[in-house]
Design a protein around this ligand. Structure first.
Ligand SMILES: *Cc1c(COP(=O)(O)O)cnc(C)c1O
Length: 420
């Protein structure tokens, strides 16, 4: 593999182009394993950024893509529809709460978030509430890297550099009450105050339900979401759930919102949606929201990506969603949760460890300082487990098909990383 061309000419995510951190050359992948150019294999303990939850190269998904590629690889979605988009809609409607039934496909999670935000603004605009032109979000949140999605993410870090460019939204302190702790009513006070003070300027609140991912790795109490639903209703504010990381089983329920039995007005999905094969996401609105935006057919939703509802991606996603009925992912995720909780408990006593959290197929060790990228690569290669700690988190989000002996290798590697 010509890694000099990579080193000299390719930019990798969140990395400098000069003196970049080491990368592995991947040549193939199947199930939980990624095969490397030098012949080694790594267990993919983070499902390739959380998306390959049914394992790499699932034959069902590949067959769907192959079959579709022989018929129609792409056609614009304005003025056309096609079988894979319709089949995927049918699969999604079987899984979604009945209230969420208008699906707008986008080509990545960040774009789905942009679409959800635009829907919320257009909804309020159509009702004549033009002052409701901003959103409220949670500190510690992550909604993507495009300008609009970044503006809704935790206002630390990237906001400083891009502040001249970002629309200004409202932020409430992140939920602190732990998932399994007794609910503390004070946890919702910051959001309640924010809505009391500014609801007339707020079109919608956006939140990652139960699990705040990339900017916090925080697992919080579902009661927060019930309070949030109630407060949004009282203040005539829409509720958007970003289920891009949590949707399709990651937290042990089909959707993370199911822990609270709360349904938003708009929901974003992505990542596991297309089974880690092709890029696809969606913003899904309630019929009420889409009806108001549509103003009886006079109002169009103003968005249209070139590759919207790409047939290959839709075929992959329909197969991926169908897989949820083909194996017992719930039981797998529950067993992984129990095992990771048991095996990581002792990490709590390590000197550099601040916290250990596990929910579904998500395990997080929060440390004071993560090891250098060279040290991470050394430990990862020694254990044959692919992990990529960042911020203050050593975390795993393995595929739902990971067997017990491989989960053990993952937790061993995590503990060694936590040692430093
Ligand atoms: C990954 C992620 C996104 C962004 O999705 P992309 O496909 O990377 O654009 C948005 N929200 C959440 C919660 C995510 O985890």
């Amino acid at each position: 593999m010509h890694t000099k061309i990579d080193r000299d000419h390719l930019w990798h995510p969140y990395a400098p182009a000069v003196n970049p951190p080491p990368v592995n050359g991947a040549v193939s992948a199947s199930g939980t394993h990624i095969r490397l150019a030098d012949g080694d294999e790594l267990i993919d303990a983070i499902s390739s950024w959380w998306c390959a939850a049914h394992g790499h190269n699932r034959p069902e998904i590949l067959a769907a893509v192959r079959g579709q590629s022989e018929k129609l690889s792409h056609v614009m979605f304005a003025g056309f529809t096609h079988g894979p988009a319709i089949a995927l809609a049918e699969e999604l409607l079987k899984k979604l709460p009945p209230r969420l039934n208008r699906i707008f496909f986008a080509d990545s999670g960040s774009v789905a978030v942009e679409c959800a935000a635009k829907m919320a603004i257009q909804y309020q605009f159509a009702r004549g509430l033009r002052k409701k032109s901003r959103l409220a979000a949670l500190r510690g949140g992550y909604h993507g890297d495009t300008i609009g999605a970044m503006a809704l993410s935790d206002p630390g870090g990237m906001h400083t550099i891009f502040s001249g460019l970002l629309p200004k939204h409202f932020f409430a302190d992140r939920p602190k009450c732990r998932f399994d702790a007794e609910w503390d009513d004070a946890d919702f006070s910051p959001m309640r105050k924010l809505l009391d003070d500014h609801a007339d300027e707020i079109a919608a609140v956006i939140a990652e339900p139960v699990f705040q991912g990339a900017n916090a790795m925080n697992i919080y109490h579902p009661e927060y979401l019930r309070q949030l639903r109630r407060a949004c209703d009282e203040h005539d504010v829409l509720l958007i759930f970003d289920e891009i990381a949590t949707g399709f089983g990651r937290t042990g329920k089909l959707f993370a919102m199911d822990h609270a039995e709360v349904v938003p007005d708009i929901m974003c999905i992505g990542k596991i949606l297309s089974g880690g094969v092709l890029t696809l996401a969606a913003a899904i609105a309630s019929e009420h929201v889409s009806d108001v935006i549509s103003e009886g057919g006079r109002g169009a939703f103003l968005h249209g990506p070139t590759f919207m509802a790409n047939p290959l991606a839709c075929a992959a996603a329909a197969a991926s969603v169908r897989l949820l009925d083909a194996y017992d992912w719930r039981n797998n995720v529950l067993s992984m949760e129990r095992q990771m909780r048991r095996e990581l408990a002792e990490a709590r006593d390590l000197a550099g460890v601040d916290d250990v959290r596990v929910l579904g197929a998500i395990a997080v060790i929060e440390v004071k300082k993560i090891p250098s990228s060279a040290r991470v690569m050394e430990i990862v290669r020694k254990h044959g487990v692919w992990l990529r700690p960042f911020g203050r988190w050593i975390y795993a989000m393995p595929p739902f098909i990971t067997p017990e002996d491989e989960v053990k290798l993952i937790t061993d590697a995590m503990k060694e990383l936590a040692h430093g």
